[in-house]
Unconditional design. Sequence first.
Length: 372
Amino acid sequence: MKDSSLWEQIKGHDKTVNLLRGVIDKKRLTHAYLFCGPRGVGKAKTAATFAAAINCDQACGTCVSCRGIQNLTHPDFHYISPEGTQTILLSQVTDLIKKIHLTKQNNGYRVIIIDDAHKMLPVAANALLKVLEEPPERVVFILVASDMNNVLSTISSRCQRVNFSALKVEVVRDILINDLKISKDKADLAVMLSGGMVGEAMEIASSGLLKVRKTMVDAIVAEKPDTARSVELASLLVAAAKKRTAKIKKDQEIEVKEAMSFVEGSRGAATIKRNLETRHHRERARVEHRCYQQALVLVASIYRDLLVLKENADEKFIANVDLSFELKSAKIERAQLTSALANIDEAKQRIEQNVNPLLAFENLFFTLEAVV
């Protein structure tokens, strides 16, 4: 009989899924898990499914418990992530600690997911460490991290580590084409540009950035600088990010309505709605931030392709293979290409520092025109 549970939706991590299902089936839960591996490979999705399975053995996805966890309305499920795009604050962790010591609403487990746990401020991590050292009964922590260098070794040592690896290109392509109904050509390009990271590929394919790519190439290979063109390109990239977050906001509004239908009239309904809206605001901020970073990844991919072609390498090694004709027409020296990539790295740092994105892109394109 075909498995129709939430587990079925996790692709490319069969060994990990079997490990986690075995933990549930054999009732061998420990108090803390650390899901670690590259960004955008499905760690957070697997964590949410594991959280559902802890209180619903089959992770059916349709019962009150599973739906509550998916909608963040389950009274004994807590989810925290970085404020905006930056860090997990001490106040977030202390608020969480207060909640986990309250009386549980149900007889099952209280489950906590800390997404991007590597972004916890040291003071927040130390506060969490105290709880992990003396964990409350029937409470399970699931930490999700993509940068183990920024996870305290004392926290890592108190968690059962679950490792995730990058997905095979064929798996990522299958997810995009068959699950997300993205066209084959767009899926192939998104996979190539994302380096095989499914989360990144999904964002690239749905962000609208691919539509701007041809304009990027035309601007980069043009022999004469054009300030107006640089300004327009910067505006297009910011508009693509804003459009993406606007679409997400509409989906989130539907999610809020659905979630509130489960708790309407209950004592904690207002708090649940406020927490959900806060989480949605953070999610939109992260998506917009990722769109800006992905735009820079696309710009960098064009310059890297030019470097590859400069070395007379095979076209199969370039990411923007569909634009190879335009790229071959570029008259840019190797030293200029290397300098341009360094400028793009600097722009990435500015975006990370929350510099106004439009100004950051305009400054980058003005600089690139001067360089090449």
